[in-house]
Ligand binder design. Sequence first.
Ligand code: PGA
Length: 254
Amino acid sequence: MGKIIFIAGNWKMNKTVDQTVEFFKNLEDKLIGFNNTNISIVIFPSFISLDAANKISNKVKVGAQNLHTRSSGAYTGEVSPVMLKDICEYVLIGHSERRHIFKENNELINKKVKIALEYGLKPVLCMGETKEERTAQQTFEVLRTQINSGLKDLSANQIGKLIFAYEPVWAIGTGDTATPDQAQNVHKFIRELLKSKIKNPYDFLILYGGSVKPDNCFQLLSQPDIDGALIGGASLQVEVFFDIIQKSNKVELS
Ligand code: PGA
């Protein structure tokens, strides 16, 4: 497999079903004639829009923002991997908002990774340090724990199926992006750590997330260990998101 760039939009709790359909139609239109097999585009809409998005998507792939750890049962308000597996390909696990607002811990995140894999969903495991942790120079330690616990008891083969996303908490939705050097530094660390767990770590995709915009995506994606972007705010407007896709297409792949 040649190197690819992975551009993902995390819509969080935004857009109705109608707005989702409009966005997808619009983006698919823009992608006609955009011939680049090196870019993978994935959108993570809300649960209720997944089916509609999946039905009209073609070049754009679809993913869920969360899942439950059980396949069915008395879990009011939850969504199981069985419900997701036929309508999407990817699932975000351990996003900063799930960890901090919804108090998901590493143990729960590990269970979610396992059940996602069991049902053939591709997990995008998110991780990142808070501002306090960075200031206290604990970034690597925090990430080591998030990775080691998130991947606990997984085989090398299973780990090989994951995509990773480094999203410093202080950069999410703040406009305060990590510099390309700061991000590269952490991505290199993540890759080295993964290298110790699996034979061929350079097949891993490690995305950067946190205030990615059209004016900073090129520099970030040009770093050797940054394989893509997980984009929140700037993925909500189709023109802005498409601008990022076009700029990413200019990044030289080694
Ligand atoms: P942001 O969000 O691009 O708005 O900072 C990124 C994310 O939460 O995935």
